[in-house]
Design a protein around this ligand. Structure first.
Ligand SMILES: [Zn+2]
Length: 418
C-alpha cells in the first residue's frame, strides 16, 4: 500500500467521529476539517452544509480545466460515502486499540476502516493519483463528493441537507455509493436492493427507586418482565416472523432465495436494567430501556410502519406503567433497475480490475442515502465497495484487506475516468 494513503487512513481513523455519541460531536467536526483540508488540496471546491445539532454534510466539487475534449465527453459523477463511525464497544474485545490503525496478517484494523473511512481514503487516493498525472485527459469528468456524517445515526437529516445542497448535485449523471462489500476476495459485486430501517427506544419506569425483591416480589410490575412479554408478542422466536398486525401487508412477493436475504426483521439491540455486576443484588429494577431496530423490504413505507409499531407497543403495555417510546423517522427500502449503461460499464471495470465476473446482488443492510438520492434526483445509483465478509463492521476488530484496498483504488481511478 502506498505510504501516503496509509498515513491518511491512520490519521482519519484516529478521529473518533462516533455520530451516535453527542459527547463526541467535536470529533465529528474534526473529521470535517480533516476532509475539507484533504479535498481542497486536490483542487476541489468544498461546501459544508449544516443544521443545528447534526453532523455537517460535506460536498466537494472538482471541475477540470476545460478543454475541447472535456466539454464534449465530461460527465458529472457523484460519489457518496460517510465519515461517521459506530461506537467502539466492547473495547476489551479488540486485538489493538480501536482508533489506532494497526496492520497484521495482510489486513488493517481500526474503527471505520471498512465502514466507511477506508472507502473515503480510497476515493481521495484515486483522485490524487489522477490529478497528479497532470494530463488534461486523465480526469475530464466533473466529480462531486458527498460525504455524510450521520449514516450510523439513521440519516435523519440527510434529505434536508441534500436539498440545501441541491445546486451542487442537480446535474449529476450517476451516483456511486461506496459503503458496501465484495462477494468474496477478488469477486466484485454491485447491489441493487437494500432494506429500509427504523430504530427505536422504549423506556419503562415503575417507580423512583429499585425495590427489595423479597418484600415487593409478585406485588409490583417488573419492567424487564414487561419488555420480555412485549417482545414475545412482537416476534416469533422460531420462524422470525413479525407478529404485529398489518406489519407484513405490503411485503412484496419475492423468491425464496431473495427472501433469505430480504425479509423484514425486528431485532433487539440492547436492554439496560437492574443489576448486572458481580455477585447478587436482590432487587426489582425501577426502570428498563429497550433498544431495537426494524429492517424493511420493498413496498413497506417507513412512515406507515412507524405508526403501526408505535400503536402496537402502546396498546400492549400494562395501562399502569409510565413509558416513553421514541422511533426514528427511518429510511425506506431501496430497489433500483440495474440495467443501465453506468451499471454495466462499472461491472466491466470491476471485472477487469479484479479478474472475476461482477455479481449483482441485494443486501440485508440499509443505507438511507441510496433511497433518498434516487428518489430526489432520479438518476442511476450504483452501490459497491471493497470490504470482505470478515471485515467485522459495527463490531470489534473491524478491518480491511490491504490487497482489496489497493485494487479498489485502481478500480475507482477507472470509474472516475469512464
Ligand atoms: Zn456504512
Amino acid at each position: 500500500m502506498a505510504d501516503i494513503s496509509l498515513k491518511l487512513l491512520s490519521d482519519f481513523v484516529s478521529i473518533q467521529s462516533v455520530s451516535t455519541d453527542p459527547s463526541r460531536h467535536s470529533e465529528i467536526l474534526k473529521a470535517v476539517e480533516f476532509l475539507k483540508k484533504e479535498i481542497k488540496s486536490l483542487g476541489f471546491e468544498v461546501n459544508i452544509y449544516k443544521k443545528k445539532g447534526c453532523p455537517p454534510l460535506i460536498i466537494g466539487i472538482y471541475r477540470p480545466a476545460s478543454t475541447k475534449v472535456s466539454k464534449v465527453s465530461a460527465r458529472q459523477v457523484g460519489i457518496y460515502a460517510h465519515y461517521d463511525v459506530q461506537p467502539e464497544d466492547p473495547v476489551g474485545k479488540w486485538g489493538s486499540p480501536p482508533f489506532e490503525l494497526t496492520r497484521r496478517n495482510g489486513k488493517l484494523f481500526g474503527r471505520g476502516v471498512a465502514d466507511d473511512k477506508g472507502h473515503i481514503i480510497q476515493i481521495i487516493e484515486a483522485i490524487r493519483r489522477l490529478v497528479e498525472t497532470r494530463h488534461a485527459s486523465s480526469l475530464h469528468n466533473n466529480i462531486v463528493l458527498i460525504f455524510e456524517g450521520e449514516e450510523e445515526n439513521a440519516s435523519g437529516n440527510f434529505e434536508e441537507l441534500i436539498n440545501q445542497a441541491r445546486k451542487d448535485l442537480e446535474n449529476i449523471d450517476v451516483f456511486y455509493i461506496l459503503d458496501m462489500g465484495m462477494k468474496a476476495k477478488n469477486i466484485p459485486q454491485i447491489f441493487y436492493g437494500l432494506r429500509g430501517i427504523i430504530a427505536g427506544e422504549l423506556k419503562i419506569k415503575i417507580g423512583e427507586t429499585d425495590l427489595h425483591s423479597g418484600v415487593y416480589g409478585n406485588r409490583v410490575l417488573n419492567p424487564v418482565q414487561i419488555i420480555a412479554e412485549l417482545l414475545v408478542k412482537i416476534k416469533d422466536g422460531k420462524t422470525h416472523q413479525i407478529k404485529i398486525p398489518s406489519f407484513n401487508d405490503r411485503v412484496k412477493e419475492i423468491s425464496q432465495k431473495e427472501m433469505e436475504k430480504s425479509m423484514p426483521s425486528f431485532e433487539v439491540n440492547g436492554i439496560k436494567s437492574g443489576y448486572t455486576g458481580d455477585g447478587t443484588k436482590t432487587i426489582i429494577p425501577c426502570e428498563a430501556t429497550l433498544k431495537f431496530s426494524i429492517r424493511l423490504v420493498p413496498n413497506q413505507k417507513a412512515k406507515e410502519i412507524k405508526k403501526i409499531v408505535e400503536d402496537f407497543i402502546k396498546n400492549n403495555l400494562p395501562k399502569e406503567v409510565d413509558f416513553t417510546l421514541e422511533l426514528s423517522d427511518g429510511g425506506d427500502p431501496f430497489y433500483t433497475d440495474f440495467e443501465n449503461p453506468y451499471s454495466k460499464k462499472t461491472a466491466e471495470i470491476l471485472a477487469d480490475v479484479f479478474k472475476n465476473k461482477t455479481y449483482f446482488n441485494r443486501s440485508g443492510g440499509s443505507i438511507a442515502a441510496a433511497e433518498i438520492l434516487q428518489r430526489v434526483f432520479a438518476k442511476p445509483v450504483i452501490l459497491t465497495g471493497f470490504t470482505l465478509d470478515d471485515c467485522n463492521i459495527h463490531a470489534p476488530n473491524e478491518n480491511i484487506d490491504c490487497e482489496m484496498f489497493e485494487k479498489g483504488i485502481t478500480a475507482l481511478q477507472k470509474i472516475l475516468r469512464q
